[in-house]
Design a protein around this ligand. Structure first.
Ligand SMILES: Nc1nc2c(ncn2[C@@H]2O[C@H](COP(=O)(O)OP(=O)(O)O)[C@@H](O)[C@H]2O)c(=O)[nH]1
Ligand SMILES: [Ca+2]
Length: 392
């Protein structure tokens, strides 16, 4: 063995090709309410005393999310298995047993009943057990909402280099998912810490600094869940054939929609009003007085991604690839344009007016942002699907 190393070393000076560099892998699933994503990370540790570096990532996603299989848990697990089979091809066999596989589910499963969520999670765990990978004890679980907000905040502030060095200036994050929405920021004023609900404040250690963050995940306030809430269909027993109507939808629309394993029939207001004004009143019922409004953020610039990004890109408020910066009022202006000219937007999703109006109400009446508050929509955080229109 050693003479092989010697031979190898003659070809490359030791520092150029560290023989003892260790390559290892990690498999992470993000089980979101609208889709399941796999990230297969490759790490290289050049020598035992330095931190491993991320060298590569394979990413793939499937729709719908696990919660769509609420009544067929084994089929839900099957969608995870199809993704996991990719990892079998990507990771060298001799490393399989040392490659941990983890799945964290978010609000899609939080909205399901305990037993349906558990049934899905245990089917997924079985798929993991049958795979050649290392399955840690708590490898399949529902992620706590606070953790979800903090992870996004760390990710964005780390990627934008705001966590290194002394400049402790950080930027708040807004994540609009399908079933929940998160708001996270580092309070600057003592007043905020005093007037915020206890469970909105979480402190943690990182890079030998202590961060006391304000974070909350509002369950049922994700974009898709908010559609149901606006229609009056969230958390209600849906009578068979029941029609849900809204002035946010095209007048002539009659359609049906499946979310969380339930079928909903919905349509426009044939007789009643249609357009931004009546629509805004409807979505206000969903957000008015329901969210905590920390005073210090009214004018602060935040990062916004997931559906904030998707809808801004879909309506050319920002460039799909480059991302961009916009003001809260830009969403309102676009919502008015779409809602008051629905026939012009017939090729888009029938929910476009409702989605943009909800985003406007969520930002202004929900969180209390001003019209001229700046939102940064960073590229790279856009919808993690392929560069397709995410207009479903
Ligand atoms: N860029 C990016 N977009 C994502 C990612 N995860 C989810 N999204 C987008 O966020 C939106 C819905 O979020 P999802 O995670 O399914 O809902 P949640 O379970 O309520 O967080 C969809 O437009 C997704 O494409 C991600 O890792 N990166
Ligand atoms: Ca998510």
């Amino acid at each position: 063995h050693s003479n092989r190393e010697m031979w190898f070393q003659d070809l490359f000076p030791p520092n150029m090709c560290p023989i003892n560099a260790k390559t290892f892998y990690g498999i992470m699933f993000d089980a979101g309410s609208t889709g399941t994503r796999i990230h297969i990370y490759t790490f290289v540790q050049k020598s035992p005393e330095i931190l491993p570096e991320l060298e590569g990532e394979i990413f793939e996603s499937v729709k719908p999310g696990l919660s769509a299989y609420a009544d067929q848990p084994e089929k839900g697990a099957e969608s995870v298995k199809r993704l996991l089979d990719m990892a079998v091809d990507a990771v060298p066999p001799h490393l399989w047993k040392k490659t941990p596989v983890v799945l964290k589910a978010t609000a899609g499963l939080r909205l399901l009943s305990e037993e349906k969520a558990q049934a899905l999670l245990s089917e997924v765990k079985e798929v993991f057990e049958k795979s050649p990978f290392l399955v840690p004890e708590d490898s399949v679980s529902i992620m706590d909402g606070s953790y979800e907000g903090i992870l996004a905040w760390i990710t964005v502030n780390f990627l934008t280099g705001q966590l290194s060095g002394q400049n402790q200036h950080t930027t708040g994050t807004l994540d609009l998912g399908g079933a929940s929405t998160q708001i996270t920021f580092l309070p600057r004023f003592e007043e905020t810490l005093k007037e915020s609900p206890r469970d909105f404040l979480t402190s943690f250690e990182m890079f030998n600094s202590t961060y006391k963050l304000y974070t909350h995940s509002y369950l049922g306030f994700g974009l898709k869940a908010a559609r149901l809430a606006t229609l009056g269909a969230l958390n209600t027993e849906v009578a068979d054939g029941q029609m849900f109507r809204s002035s946010c939808l095209p007048k002539q629309l009659e359609a049906e929609w499946h979310f969380g394993g339930v079928k909903y029939r919905y349509g426009g207001n044939k007789e009643g009003e249609t357009g931004f004004k009546p629509c805004y009143l409807e979505v206000l019922k969903v957000v008015k007085g329901k969210l905590h409004q920390p005073d210090e953020i009214r004018g602060s610039s935040f990062y916004a991604f997931s559906y904030y990004y998707d809808r801004a890109a879909d309506t050319n408020l920002i460039d799909y690839e480059q991302g961009g910066v916009l003001e809260v009022r830009d969403f309102e202006r676009k919502a008015k344009e779409v809602c008051d000219n629905m026939e012009r937007f017939s090729s888009a999703s029938p929910f476009l007016c409702m989605d943009l109006t909800y985003i406007t109400a969520l930002l202004k009446e929900g969180f209390g942002f001003r019209d001229n508050t700046l939102l940064q929509l960073p590229s790279g955080l856009q919808s993690c699907g392929h560069p397709h229109r995410s207009m479903e």
